[in-house]
Each structure stands twice: as structure tokens, then as C-alpha cells.
Design a protein around this ligand. Structure first.
Ligand code: 5GP
Length: 116
């Protein structure tokens, strides 16, 4: 998989407002927030483009870490109790823009359903 803007954020070559970081996961505020809380949670490895590349054998631990990070960040940013939405866009029809798997964590307002 090639480099994306997220690779540069992982390497700290371009700035981002980082809210959580471990050895394997990075989370930072979305540059175009769609809600009062809008954070992108990404693995630091760059080989997973989207959900289609995931397998239980290879990625169970990483997926656990991503969802654990989401809970941690939701608590830190004050939306754990009020609720939040996790979005994983995968592929062209979903509107995925950056080919490096990421969870959107959205909160701080009432969400609509169905999504657009
Ligand atoms: P996708 O559409 O791929 O699911 O989401 C990609 C997200 O990355 C978008 O919400 C977009 O605003 C965000 N984004 C794109 N470039 C940058 C950037 O350089 N910095 C940050 N913080 N977010 C970005």
C-alpha cells in the first residue's frame, strides 16, 4: 500500500491534533469535523487499506486495540455516557477518501439515521 496523508501524520511530518497514542494506534482530530467531537482512530501499520483487508487471524488484536482506543477517547472527550457513533468507510461507494483504515468517532450532538 502506498503512502497517504495519514502516513505523514504518523511520522509527525505534518501536524495533527493528537488525542491518543500507543505503540500501535494513533488518534487525532479530523481536519473537517462533522460533529463537536470528530476523531480519526488509525493503526500505525499502513498495510490495511480498508475493512476488506481485515482477517480475524491477522488483525484480531489490532481491532481490539482500535475499539478500546475509541472507548478511551470517548471518555476523555466527554461523550462516553451521552453516546457516540463509530464509522468505518470502506471503498468507493462509502465515500472513503483516505486508503488507510480508520475509525471515525463522532459525538457531541444527536446523530441522524439513516446516514447520508
Ligand atoms: P474517509 O472519507 O476516508 O472515511 O475519511 C477521511 C477523513 O480524513 C475525512 O473526514 C477528512 O476530513 C480527514 N482528513 C483528510 N486529510 C486530513 C488531514 O490532513 N488531517 C486531518 N486531521 N484529517 C484529515
Amino acid at each position: 500500500m502506498g503512502e497517504t496523508i495519514f502516513t505523514k501524520i504518523i511520522r509527525k511530518e505534518i501536524p495533527a491534533e493528537i488525542v491518543y497514542e500507543t505503540e500501535s494506534v494513533l488518534a487525532f482530530k479530523d481536519i473537517r469535523p462533522q460533529a463537536p467531537v470528530h476523531v480519526l482512530i488509525i493503526p500505525k501499520i499502513t498495510e490495511i487499506e480498508s475493512a476488506k483487508d481485515l482477517s480475524k487471524e491477522k488483525h484480531s488484536q489490532l481491532l481490539g486495540e482500535l475499539f478500546e482506543a475509541a472507548n478511551h477517547i470517548a471518555k476523555k472527550l466527554g461523550v462516553f455516557e451521552s453516546g457516540f457513533r463509530l464509522v468505518l468507510n470502506s471503498g468507493p461507494d462509502s465515500g472513503q477518501e483516505v486508503p488507510h483504515i480508520h475509525l471515525h468517532l463522532l459525538g457531541g450532538r444527536k446523530m441522524n439515521w439513516p446516514p447520508g
